[in-house]
Design a binder for this molecule. Structure first.
Ligand SMILES: *Cc1c(COP(=O)(O)O)cnc(C)c1O
Length: 230
């Protein structure tokens, strides 16, 4: 956990990446930054579980992982922080302008917003809200972590409560074997399992749209791969 004694007391804001997409870590407890507004990048975890919005000065998230198509960014900002921009801030980055114009200062990406609306309706009506979504996501993550923790071939690169429920990086410990796994997985229809280029290995990104069945199939594939290697 971060030590509040190391925080700059008169900082303008305190920024965290709530869920680190590349490393597969996340904040389960928020840092206590006093009166300094907490700003969070929630791009890879927004709508994956309920969030107490009142704890934040500003939340932002690219829509392309859990909400809809690329091209849309969601910003939730405390009203008293609006208008506190540097004199050089371009108009388009001044959230006060967007707030005053109902998010239609310019022509917004209407198709992306429409798809996002459908996703929000799915979350509300089909899933039954974010508490239910959280339960599904925790179930999916547990399936993979349990397999990794019991595997003799694969291992998770993150331990303990910092483990993300959205992005799960794992390795075999042998780069050639990692490559072979990614290739054979792709041939079997499991795509995008290659880890981020900056860290290598593998990564299962199991965003809201990934059903439990998809995760079960991945785990079965990993088990088969492990059996074939031994
Ligand atoms: C995906 C992501 C972004 C944005 O990615 P772009 O491709 O630059 O739009 C930013 N922050 C986090 C945490 C992400 O997961």
């Amino acid at each position: 956990m971060l030590d509040p004694a190391t925080f700059t007391k008169d900082a303008d804001y305190f920024h965290i990446c709530q869920n680190n997409t590349i490393y597969g870590t996340r904040f389960t407890q928020l840092p206590d930054c006093g009166d300094v507004p907490l700003v969070a990048d929630m791009s890879s975890c927004i709508l994956s579980e309920p969030v107490d919005v009142s704890r934040y000065g500003l939340i932002y998230a690219g829509a392309q992982k859990n909400m809809g198509p690329a091209g849309l960014t969601v910003v939730i900002v405390r009203e008293d922080l609006l208008g506190e921009v540097a004199p050089t801030t371009p108009t388009m980055f001044d959230y006060k302008i967007h707030a005053e114009n109902g998010s239609m200062y310019n022509t917004p990406p209407t198709y992306a917003i429409y798809i996002c609306k459908l996703v929000l309706e799915w979350l509300k009506n089909d899933i039954g809200g974010l508490a239910n979504m959280k339960a599904v996501n925790e179930k999916k993550a547990a399936l993979i972590y349990d397999f990794l923790d019991n595997s003799k071939l694969f291992s998770a690169t993150v331990q303990g409560c910092d483990r993300s429920i959205m992005n799960i990086p794992f390795v075999t410990g042998d780069q050639e074997l990692d490559k072979r796994f990614v290739k054979e997985a792709e041939q079997a229809g499991f795509v995008n399992l290659k880890g981020h280029r900056s860290v290598g290995g593998m990564r299962a990104s199991i965003y809201n749209a990934m059903p439990v069945e998809g995760v079960e199939k991945l785990v079965a594939f990993m088990q088969n791969f492990e059996n074939s290697v031994k």
